[in-house]
Design a protein. Structure first.
Length: 175
């Protein structure tokens, strides 16, 4: 987790993977490399807590399921501290909700699951809420198949994502 009251961009993610949990640094793994590429951010910008807040649904690695994937974030974590943490981020302009658990928390009911929610990105981004919200799939290698089946994500959503992130980051003062 990272963030300060100055942050204008928030990465609302699921829970740290095993590598990020061991290092204590969020997205310090190949999914972080992919995510920073999606956002058009270099590592120093991404890890500047005055510019980017990273608030997962769970603060610790939840362990592996029977198939070797990460278990869902522990529900009690988000219920206990998420509202309070967000109240300390008054300058947020954009929240990127990554994965189905973060999307369900921030957007409520997800029609059509993760794919249906991400497909509605234009509608969600244009809603009159502050901060604005943009749903994304998780950047994990486990979603390579999804990314291949959904070419619109790279062709249509990623260019807008990079523009939105660049706009928000212009207003954020470097640490």
């Amino acid at each position: 987790m990272q963030g300060s009251g100055k942050a204008r961009l928030c990465i609302a993610s699921q829970a740290p993977g095993s590598r990020a949990h061991r290092s204590g640094v969020p997205f310090k793994d190949p999914s972080g490399v992919r995510l920073r590429n999606w956002l058009g951010l270099r590592e120093p910008e991404f890890y500047d807590a005055d510019r980017v807040a990273i608030l997962p649904m769970g603060a610790c690695f939840p362990g592996l399921d029977a198939k070797g994937g990460d278990r869902p974030p522990r529900r009690e974590c988000a219920e206990r501290w998420r509202v309070e943490l967000f109240s300390g981020l008054p300058n947020l302009e954009l929240i990127l909700v990554i994965g189905q658990y973060a999307q369900a928390w921030h957007l409520g009911r997800m029609e059509g699951g993760l794919t249906g929610t991400v497909r509605r990105w234009r509608e969600i981004l244009s809603e009159p809420r502050r901060p604005r919200v943009l749903p994304l799939p998780h950047p994990s290698w486990r979603n390579n198949g999804w990314l291949k089946r959904e070419p619109w994500f790279e062709a249509e959503l990623l260019p807008v994502l990079r523009e939105e992130v660049a706009r928000v980051m212009v207003h954020a003062e470097p640490n």
